[in-house]
Structures are given as structure tokens and as C-alpha cells.
Design a protein around this ligand. Structure first.
Ligand code: 7RM
Length: 637
């Protein structure tokens, strides 16, 4: 564990400089030191962003599961690899050791083989957060099959689109799932999806809620008896460094979802190294990331990153508010969590409930707190730091994307600390740049622009499944020889980055470029505001004006609301300037969100533009009902 640990600012500065000066040599040393290879690479990096073509560790042979599991058995066979915390707090937690994990993964891999799954075949996994999800992901990797995990909150249409796009012939699912006090009929959703997936000929079903489900003859089989009969040993298939490991879909601003393809060796090296350093994971720590494995955060920082480091990683099946809003803190106390990683949306939702749900619990095990997924506003950052971290835990505001595979910009606790709302500095090997409207790099340290990355890192996605042209157009065409992130950022005088949000979140009001995130940030400090989203709408004089959608922490009377509205604009005037005042403020009972908790500003923008005829596909939203109520109460009818 000690090798290549960044322990102080000098470590970071030295490593960063080396990583930029001679990137290949830098990653070569890390890859040599920390992993199990069947064959070494002949070349560290070959790339050309104009094609685009990116290859890391070419010529190397390996299997990532030997690195996640087998190589820990010598010293840590009985160490807990995965703690499964079930939805129902009165059910037993499950502790899966590295040795047991090996047996379960191998059995699962043998079942897949018996179903005719070969190296390179795509396997769709549509499972709730139960151990079978991690096990099936690793089982695919064991035999070189490409896993395509679809978040089990997605609808049958979304599932069918993803199954067909990468032509999966097999689906792994469960009879159902628990979600707080509810159960969800997952198998029913799969059945519906498969009506439009003619190539799927096998469905393996894990038993979770013991519901009475339909099993299609010749197609559907229960997993349990198959696993019971399977052998516990399964040779790891030898993979080339650039063989695909998985596909994960991410929605674009237009068109169908993009199947981002991640490959084996580079992804392994980068997720392992970022996990170890950013979370400062120490032997015997217990780490918990609350994401779902259906998102990239779960792939990289529940499964691969932690297991590559021989860590103990928690998988939580439930939701933050069941049986009540103290559940997260109950789990932190129960398992003595040392590193806790969640999303701003969860932090805001929990902060809104007040500290009474936090105070009964002993959170003294916590050492590092992480956040990911959206810009974290000042208010939420402070609540997290004070109420959860008791002002003694560094916060790692980790900026990255499905496409980047791992964290690119983040504080590193022992090296430099965070600053509210700033993701701070690039990780070693990462070369960010800010671009101006004309496509030129802004060289001043203090600047604001579009965020690009100038040089490849090992875990960058290599293509979009079946559409390399779209990969090129989306990421490598806006700026020459750079990866364009789609995000805007500002850089302070110390070179620290603050991500301001997707660049389409910029509104030009009377000729002033206003990022909506800092305005949201300003008003979220209001004592009665839970969340807000600000978008532009056309205005005769200003060109555009600002429309704020705001949810309150508590019910308020009409007269109170009038006061709040004027306080909102007073706050904005004070923090940003009168130019950023909102023309319209609509109090809503919720904001439309993606399943991973990102506010869907695209929909609010349409509402503000009176363009609600075609809202696009809102079926994958967390809360589609809220959309109609926002439309009904819109101030722009
Ligand atoms: C990991 C993940 C990617 C987009 C990204 C940003 C936003 C993520 C942060 C953030 C500000 C952060 N992958 N984003 N992390 N914005 N600060 N720390 O979320 O593919 O689902 O989303 O999320 O806009 O481009 S993702």
C-alpha cells in the first residue's frame, strides 16, 4: 500500500511535475509496481487525438479480476472485500471475504460460460444493489465478456434501447428489488423490454424479493441452482490491455444514449491509483460510496478501485430516507466507515431535514468525505464539513465523468485541502486547460472558460460503442488536439479549478456572461431554500433574463413567499451583482432530476422558453410527476 502514496504537498508537486514532463515514464512506473501482469507492455502510450486513437500499455496481457481478487488471497484471504448492507435495517449485513468473493465470481463466470458467453460478448446486467451485481460484473471480467450495467431504476424502454445498442444476448436480473418501503417488479420491466429485444435468448434471474414472477420457458432461469452446481474455479481469461472491459451508457444532450467503452489495463491502473490517493485509503479502513453500481461512480469507486487496493467496500441496497433520514449515519456508525463518498443532491436532501437525524450517531470513525456528480454549493459543503465531518474531515470534491473513467480534479487530503465549491487541482498526469470562445487556450492563471484536457490519461473512454464518429464529434472536435469535457470552469489565482457546470448552463443577460451555478449557490444560502435551478429565457430588452425554480425547506404562506422572493434577489445583488437578479421566481415542490441526482436543467429551460410541446424523453427521470406540476404553475404561460 505504501508505494506511490502521495503524503504531502511536496510529494504531489514532485509527482505532478514528473507526470506532465514525462507522462509515459510516470505511468510505466506505477503500472509496474502495483499490479499483476501476465505479460508486460511493449509501449506505454500511443495516441492521436485527431483520429482519435488512444492506446495505453499496448502489448500487455492481464486479467483485472486477478488484480481485484486473486492477488489479495495470499495475505488477505479472510479480509472482508464487500460488506452488503440490506435495505431493511433489521436484516443481517453480509460480509464477503476475498476468498469467498473469488468462489462466487468463479461460479458465476462458469454459469455464464455454460450459457455460451464468450470473450467479447456483451452481457446486460440489470440488478439492484445486491452482491450478485458486483459478482456478475467481476464474473464478466473474469471471462473477458463486456459488461453493460443498466441502472435498475431505468424504465423498460431505456433498458431495451441499451440492450439493443450493444446487442446483448443475455440479461442478468432479479425477481424484484427493495427500495425503502416499496418493492419494484424488475423482472416485469425486463419482460416488457425484451418484447423489443429479439436477440436476447437467455435471462438469468437472482432471487431477492421472492415474488411470484413469470419465467419464460427456454429463456429464463433461476440463478441459484445454476450457481450451486457450478465449479468454484475458473481460469481468468487472458486479456489484452486494450480489450474492452465494459460499456456504460451516458445520456447526451441530444439523441440516443452514448455507450462509452472502457478498456482493461489503463482503466485498472488509473482507478486503483486515484482511489488509493484521493480517499487516502489505509489497510483496514472501511470505505463506503453511496452511489449505485449502475453509474460510473459505482463501477470505479465501489467495485474496481477499492478491490484493486484490497479494500473493504460497502454496498448499500437501500435509500437515504428509509426507515428515516438518519439511515446513512446509522450505517456509518454501524460499520465504522472511514471514507464516505456521496452526491451533493443527497447532502442537500439530508441537510434539509435538520441535524436531529445526525446527532444521535457516532460519526467519529470518519476520516475523509467525498462528493461527486454536480457542483456542490457553498451551503451544502459547509453543512457536510461541519455537521458530518465535525470540522475534522477533509472534503474531496471530485470532478470527473463517465467518459473519464476516474477522478481527474480533486483535493488530495494529505497534500492540499479543499476549498468550498472548488474541485481544486488536477490529479497527477492530468493536464487541464481553459479555452476561450475562439478556441484558444487561456494562459492567465486566473481565468474562466471551457474545460478541456490536453493529454490522455489511462482511463479515458476509447470510443462510443458502434459510433466512433460521434465520439470524435462530441469530444475531440470543439478544440484541436484536446478532449473537451462539456463543462465550464473557473481557475483562481492559485490555479485551483471550480467547475461551474455544463457550458450550456451559461446565460447571457444584457451582454453579461452569467454562469447559473454561482447564482444558485448564492441563493441556496437562504435559510429556507432547499434547492434551486436557474435557467435563461428570452427577454425583449436583455436578450435573456433569468428564471429561478426554487424549492423551500418548509411550507410557507403566500406572504412569506413574497418576502423570500425579495430576499432571493437581495442575496443575488449582494453576492453577484444586480445584473444577476432573477426576473421570475417560481416556488416548486421539487426539481426534475436524473436518477443519479443531477438536476435536469434542460427541461426547466424548455418550460422557461414556453416550449413544453416536446420535452424529450422524461421517462428516465427520478420524479417525472414534478414536471407537470411545474408546467401547470409556470410563470411563463
Ligand atoms: C462522475 C459523474 C459528469 C458530469 C460532469 C459535470 C458533473 C461531476 C462534479 C461535477 C461539479 C463535481 N459522471 N460533475 N462531478 N460538477 N463538481 N465534483 O458524475 O458522467 O454522470 O456526469 O457531472 O458536469 O461533466 S457523469
Amino acid at each position: 500500500m505504501s508505494s506511490f502514496y502521495l503524503n504531502n504537498l511536496t510529494d504531489y508537486n514532485t509527482a505532478y511535475e514528473a507526470s506532465v514532463k514525462n507522462t509515459e515514464q510516470f505511468w510505466d512506473a506505477i503500472a509496474k509496481k502495483n499490479f499483476l501482469w501476465k505479460k508486460r507492455w511493449s509501449r506505454v502510450l500511443e495516441y492521436d487525438f485527431s483520429v482519435p486513437k488512444i492506446k495505453w500499455f499496448e502489448g500487455a496481457e492481464l486479467n483485472i479480476t486477478e488484480n481485484c481478487i486473486d492477488r489479495h488471497l495470499e495475505n488477505n484471504a479472510d479480509k472482508t472485500a464487500i460488506i452488503f448492507e440490506p435495505n431493511d435495517p433489521s436484516s443481517e449485513s453480509e460480509y464477503i471475504t476475498y476468498k469467498e468473493l473469488q468462489g462466487r465470481v468463479n461460479k458465476f463466470a462458469n454459469v455464464l460460460k455454460s450459457k455460451g458467453v464468450n470473450k467479447g460478448d456483451r452481457v446486460c446486467i440489470y440488478l439492484p444493489m445486491i452482491p450478485e451485481l458486483a459478482v456478475s460484473v467481476l464474473a464478466c471480467a473474469r471471462i473477458g465478456a463486456i459488461h453493460s450495467v443498466v441502472f435498475a431504476g431505468f424504465s423498460s424502454t431505456a433498458l431495451a434501447t441499451r440492450i439493443n445498442d450493444c446487442d446483448c444476448k443475455i440479461v442478468i436480473t432479479s425477481d424484484g428489488s427493495y427500495r425503502g418501503a416499496k418493492t419494484i417488479d424488475l423482472k416485469g420491466i425486463v419482460d416488457e423490454a425484451l418484447e423489443s429485444c429479439p436477440n436476447v435468448n437467455s435471462v438469468l434471474v437472482a432471487k431477492r424479493i421472492h415474488s411470484n414472477i413469470n419465467m419464460a420457458n427456454g429463456r429464463d432461469e433461476w440463478l441459484e441452482p445454476l450457481l450451486n452446481d457450478a465449479s468454484e474455479s475458473c481460469d481468468a481469461t487472458v486479456m489484452n490491455a486494450e480489450d474492452p472491459l465494459f460499456i456504460l451508457y451516458t445520456s447526451g444532450s441530444t439523441g440516443k444514449p452514448k455507450g462509452m467503452v472502457h478498456t482493461t489495463a489503463g482503466y485498472m491502473v488509473y482507478t486503483a491509483h486515484t482511489f488509493k490517493n484521493i480517499f487516502q485509503y489505509q489497510e483496514d479502513d472501511v470505505y463506503w460510496c453511496t452511489a449505485d453500481i449502475g453509474w460510473i461512480t459505482g463501477h470505479s469507486y465501489i467495485v474496481y478501485g477499492p478491490l484493486l487496493n484490497g479494500a473493504t467496500t460497502v454496498m448499500f441496497e437501500g435509500v437515504p430516507n428509509y426507515p428515516n433520514y438518519g439511515r446513512f449515519w446509522d450505517i456509518v456508525q454501524k460499520h465504522n466507515i472511514n471514507q464516505f463518498y456521496t452526491a451533493p443532491t443527497a447532502i442537500r436532501a439530508l441537510a434539509k431535514q435538520g441535524d436531529d437525524f445526525v446527532n444521535p450517531y457516532d460519526l467519529s470513525s470518519l476520516k475523509v468525505l467525498g462528493t461527486v456528480g454536480e457542483p456542490i454549493n457553498d451551503e451544502a459543503w459547509h453543512w457536510y464539513s461541519t455537521t458530518i465531518g465535525k470540522n475534522k474531515c477533509p472534503i474531496v470534491d471530485t470532478w470527473w465523468q463517465t467518459e473519464t473513467g476516474g477522478i481527474l480534479i480533486s483535493p488530495i487530503p494529505n497534500c492540499f485541502s479543499g476549498k468550498p465549491t472548488y474541485a481544486t487541482l488536477p490529479f497527477v498526469g492530468i493536464q487541464p486547460a481553459l479555452m476561450d470562445e475562439n478556441g484558444n487556450e487561456i494562459l492567465n492563471t486566473k481565468a474562466e472558460g471551457r474545460l478541456c484536457i490536453k493529454f490522455p490519461w489511462p482511463s479515458i473512454a476509447r470510443t462510443i460503442w458502434g459510433d466512433h464518429k460521434r465520439y470524435k464529434d462530441t469530444y475531440f472536435s470543439a478544440f484541436a488536439n484536446c478532449y473537451f469535457t462539456g463543462d465550464g470552469a473557473l481557475r483562481d489565482e492559485n490555479g485551483h479549478y471550480r467547475i461551474t457546470g455544463r457550458v450550456d448552463d451559461v446565460v447571457i443577460v444584457s451582454g453579461h456572461n452569467l454562469g447559473t451555478a454561482p447564482i444558485e449557490d448564492a441563493i441556496n444560502e437562504h435559510r429556507n431554500i432547499a434547492e434551486s435551478a436557474i435557467v435563461g429565457f428570452p427577454h425583449d430588452i436583455k436578450g435573456n433574463a433569468l428564471y429561478g425554480f426554487v424549492t423551500l425547506k418548509s411550507e410557507s404562506s403566500e406572504s412569506e413567499i413574497e418576502v423570500i422572493k425579495s430576499e432571493i434577489n437581495a442575496l443575488i445583488s449582494k453576492k453577484i451583482g444586480p445584473i444577476a437578479k432573477l426576473d421570475k421566481i417560481q416556488i416548486t415542490k421539487g426539481l426534475p432530476k436524473t436518477r443519479s441526482g443531477k438536476i435536469m436543467r434542460r427541461i426547466l429551460r424548455k418550460i422557461a422558453h414556453k416550449d413544453t410541446g416536446n420535452l424529450g424523453d422524461i421517462s428516465t427521470l427520478l420524479n417525472p410527476d414534478v414536471v407537470q406540476s411545474i408546467i401547470d404553475n409556470s410563470l411563463n404561460k
